[in-house]
Design a protein around this ligand. Sequence first.
Ligand code: MN
Length: 207
Amino acid sequence: MNKYTLPELTYDYAALEPSISARIMELHHSKHHAAYVAGANGALEQLAEAREKNDFANINKLQKDLAFHLSGHINHSIFWKNLAPTNSDRPDGELGLAITEFFGSFEAFQLHFNAAAMGIQGSGWAFLAWDSLGQRLIIEQLYDQQSNVATASVPLLMLDMWEHAFYLDYQNVKGDYVKAFWNIINWADVQTRFSLASTKTHGLLLG
Ligand code: MN
């Protein structure tokens, strides 16, 4: 069985300073993300064992563990790629046009995204997604690692709002963390995800 593995970052832990410190990046990647990878592998192993024994007494726990840890692995894998040491300001080209089309303006999109991020109760994420059914951009609040999202959404730009993502640097002032996020976005990566998502149906057979 293929196991999930922790992806290498394409930049150093210190590369995103001062927006995100090296200490947070190191802990976040090598400890938190690594734990989601281990958790996803563990859940799959336990599900395989349950099938072998035909013992599904813990099925609800195992399915929730799989959703939580695998989503945690996916979310962080996207998040690292969404970030870059230097920000290319704001997206131009097709993504920029789509943001204007679906949110009115880049500024309105940014205000909406910030509000979604700041409004999360407890742990979660805010993200820009492509809705494969409606063929449109939407913003979503994701609770924990896996809840409160539409099933046909393809994440394009994700912001981790768990306290482990910012507390060492910003303590309770999470608005400054959200503000700093806009200085380290890899818009080329977001544009690539948008192009792929909006031209492929990912086998969802929605049309
Ligand atoms: Mn995280």
